[in-house]
Design a protein around this ligand. Sequence first.
Ligand SMILES: [Zn+2]
Length: 93
Amino acid sequence: MGSIITYDMKCPECKQETGFHDFYYKNDEEYFFCENDDCRFSYKYEWKRDEDSKLVTRDGTENYKFDNLIMLETVVKDGVETITELNQNKDDE
Ligand SMILES: [Zn+2]
């Protein structure tokens, strides 16, 4: 699957250019990881899946349009992981 990888991206936490960013433009999933050992901040945006790795839809049907999927935001800061289920997709603010 197509993705755009960016090395040496500026980290939003430590402001060093030590970030690794991977953006899957076909399905809008996104990963960021800071390689600065003093920081290690990371985040990811992924579509919610069930235990069988099947995409979870908002209305429970098999309509896999993006507006019927649930975006999960996972942020790891200071070693603490926070997972947030977004009410709307990250691009429709
Ligand atoms: Zn950082």
